[in-house]
Write a protein that binds this ligand. Structure first.
Ligand SMILES: Cc1cc2nc3c(=O)[nH]c(=O)nc-3n(C[C@H](O)[C@H](O)[C@H](O)COP(=O)(O)O)c2cc1C
Length: 310
């Protein structure tokens, strides 16, 4: 399936030219190359690879996914091949594609993040980094990087010292107020913020009285979280000047348009790829169609045009 390169969809993000503003989200698009035979990677706006850690990780015990009402819960536990295997086994194949590839990076201490970025800095083929900050800092008593503005600022500043490529900070929705966190990322030098990651959730088997997921709690994603994500993207976009990337439950071009109107400069598509692996391209095509119908010359004209007046 292919979407023709459309001038209407062309945009830039942190100085990176994108064919369209629809990226595949981390954790739902493997390392990208696995999708080569399913959809035309060269037609994509870009994609974010599965979260990379210093060392390989096995992830959580099964079951690791559960279908919730209008959404999906997962407790994959950040299983991944580790940054060095990514560089040796995946990155060479990714280099041949003409699309923006972002490495999603995570860790449990600041040095984990900086070390992963340091390894990636030595290699060509990436457009930028997305930091998954929804991890507990094991050195600071397990406080989540994503919920403590001070800690988040320190982390972003440390990564910015080693990163020559743009750094996108991926925010968690599991906070009372998103603005201080978006601002902390911006003040520490983040080039953009993306939001939202999954919402912490629980499903119970009432017969066994056990959690449905092997790890107990899991992250909720998909259509169920879209209104919450949209609200938070709107709040973050009003708080910061750096670009905001919106995600959470996007499954159609209309959903994408809502996020852009709320203030996102680009969007990511996650769970929708589970029911339609071609969804990032389909959504880009639907967005193009919407722009054509609305007689909008370029998608950038849509960004942040939410009208509160009744
Ligand atoms: C199976 C699965 C694995 C995920 N793994 C990651 C990950 O490694 N890093 C990350 O930042 N987000 C990860 N996410 C979160 C998604 O990138 C996205 O933020 C979230 O699912 C909300 O978007 P959606 O509703 O379009 O799926 C994962 C989500 C799912 C469903």
């Amino acid at each position: 399936m292919g979407v023709k390169a459309s001038e209407r969809l062309r945009t830039t993000l942190c100085g990176i030219a994108l064919k369209n503003p629809v990226l595949a989200a981390s954790g739902t698009f493997a390392y990208g190359v696995e999708f080569e035979k399913i959809l035309d990677l060269n037609a994509m706006g870009g994609f974010v690879v599965k979260g990379l850690s210093r060392e390989p990780m096995d992830g959580n015990p099964p079951p690791r996914v559960w279908e919730a009402e209008a959404g999906m819960m997962n407790s994959i536990g950040l299983q991944n091949i580790g940054v060095r295997a990514f560089v040796a086994e995946k990155l060479p194949a990714l280099r041949k594609f003409d699309t923006a590839v972002f490495a999603n990076v995570f860790g449990y201490a600041m040095e984990d993040y900086t070390e992963v970025v340091r390894v990636l800095e030595d290699h060509e083929g990436l457009a930028g980094y997305e930091l998954n900050v929804s991890c507990p800092n094991t050195k600071h008593g397990g406080i989540f990087f994503s919920s403590d503005a001070g800690l988040l600022g320190e982390l972003v500043a440390a990564v910015k010292k080693v990163a020559k490529r743009p750094v996108i900070v991926k925010l968690s929705p599991n906070v009372t107020k998103i603005e201080p966190l978006a601002l902390a990322a911006e003040q520490a030098g983040a080039d953009a913020v993306s939001l939202v990651n999954t919402l912490v959730s629980l499903a119970i088997d009432i017969r066994t009285r056990k959690p449905r997921l092997g790890a107990g709690f899991g992250g909720l994603s998909g259509p169920a979280i879209k209104p919450v994500a949209l609200r938070m993207v709107c709040e973050a976009a009003r708080a910061v000047k750096i670009p905001v990337i919106g995600l959470g439950g996007i499954g159609s071009g209309e959903d994408a348009a809502e996020f852009l109107i709320a203030g996102a400069s680009a969007v990511e598509v996650g769970t929708a790829t589970f029911w339609d692996p071609c969804s990032p391209l389909r959504i880009a095509g639907e967005l193009d169609q919407f722009l054509r119908e609305e007689k909008i010359g370029n998608v950038r004209e849509l960004v942040g045009t939410l009208d509160w007046k009744r």
